[in-house]
Design a binder for this molecule. Structure first.
Ligand code: DHB
Length: 391
């Protein structure tokens, strides 16, 4: 088999790149270890930046999102006895975010790629990439019991945080990894209940952080900060609702409970690998970088990476110009490190650290007070929350 761009990973980065390339007439094949159903059912975050929303709409992926997603013009920060709205829309000159779950975006992407005749291979095994230093790279894999060899001009490593492709870049001599752990995790639930709030609530409390999000008028997504070793079985529904109320009641708010049909523990990590290119290999999305979930930047950064890659590959195929490809790492990293800073900042402003002193607590509250009372500080949060424009 031969294609122009071989893509390892059918997540947001891989599928979106395949879609964007198709629109400019460049062929690709996408392979993934996971089955289609697993990809379409894996629960992740649900906030799309304005730039992501615009790109989905401009490229024919907006129908279901426009119908089922919810545009939010603001978010709330709850702390020390009060709840404060950040007006994203006014502070950013008319930009906002869309609440639309990542797996819904993937359902839309897969349907569109297949409708456009795209070649997606789910459930592959034994993936092996070779020839990255040559003009002709290959991806070998087994699909439906048959060994396949895919020849391609470029290989895209978009295989997520459990990546195989990142390790094709030699560590030490070429690749450097930047890493940070956090001493906490999030306990996430999906519940059948009406929304507890019209807009998201990010809550600081002495018992730890809470996030009230939503999925639809009848399904709510909520999280509370927990120990990374938390066992889901120790948390029956009643205990979960009591914990939300204990953390939210000091700021005069609470949750509307309902049957919980999903519980998970999300680990926290900040990670970046540099460079994101090695020979004919280009990394995109979580294969190259991970953010802690606060602020929901993960998928948005993945989409921004492939927006850059699509243009760079477009320039290569239209005029053999490699300038944008050569600049990929540098261009992508500017936004990625901004996203790292923002996710770290939101995390550290809102979470309870086990070694935090009373001084640290007062300092966090002063920062929240600043962000909710100074239009300049609020604007900084709002601009980064709705996301930088895709350039
Ligand atoms: C969601 C997740 C986030 O990390 C966030 O900051 C906002 C919303 C969500 O899953 O809805």
């Amino acid at each position: 088999m031969r294609t122009q761009v071989g893509i390892v990973g059918a997540g947001p980065a891989g599928l979106m790149l395949s879609h964007l390339l198709h629109q400019r007439g460049v062929d690709s094949v996408v392979v993934d270890l996971r089955g289609r159903q697993e990809i379409e059912e894996t629960i992740k975050a649900g906030i799309l930046e304005q730039g992501t929303v615009d790109l989905l709409r401009q490229t024919g992926l907006g129908d279901r999102m426009n119908r089922d997603g919810f545009v939010h013009h603001g978010i709330n920060l709850a702390f020390s006895g009060g709840i404060h709205r950040i007006n994203l829309y006014e502070l950013t000159g008319g930009r906002s975010v869309m609440v639309y779950a990542q797996h819904e975006v993937l359902i839309d992407l897969i349907a569109k790629r297949l409708a456009d005749g795209g070649d997606l291979r789910f459930g592959v095994s034994d993936t092996q990439v070779e020839g990255l230093e040559t003009e002709q790279s290959t991806i070998r894999f087994t699909h439906e019991g048959e060994q396949q060899t895919l020849e391609c001009d470029f290989v895209i490593g978009a295989d997520g945080s459990r990546t195989y492709s990142r390790f094709l870049i030699p560590e030490g001599t070429i690749r450097k990894d930047f890493f940070r752990q956090y001493p906490f995790a999030w306990f996430g639930i999906l519940a059948e209940a009406p929304p507890s709030s019209d807009e998201l609530i990010y809550a600081h409390s002495e018992r730890g952080f809470v996030l009230i999000s939503t999925r639809s008028p009848s399904v709510q997504r909520m999280y509370f900060q927990c120990d990374p070793a938390t066992n889901i079985d120790d948390w029956p529904d009643d205990r979960i609702w009591e914990e939300f109320d204990a953390r939210l009641s000091p700021s005069g708010t609470g949750v509307t409970p309902g049957p919980i049909f999903r519980k998970d523990v999300l680990q926290f990590r900040s990670f970046v690998c540099e460079p994101m290119q090695y020979g004919r290999l280009f990394l995109a999305g979580d294969a190259a970088h991970t953010v802690p979930p606060t602020g929901a930047k993960g998928m948005n950064l993945a989409i921004a990476d492939v927006h850059v890659l699509d243009r760079a590959l477009g320039a290569y195929y239209s005029s053999k110009d490699t300038g944008l490809l050569d600049a990929y790492t540098q261009t992508a990293l500017r936004r990625i490190w901004r996203g790292q800073w923002f996710s770290f900042w939101m995390t550290s402003m809102l979470h309870r650290f086990s070694d935090a002193t009373d001084f640290d607590l007062r300092r966090q509250l002063a920062e929240l007070e600043l962000v909710t009372s100074s239009p300049t500080a609020a604007k900084n949060l709002a601009e980064n929350y709705v996301g930088l424009p895709l350039t």
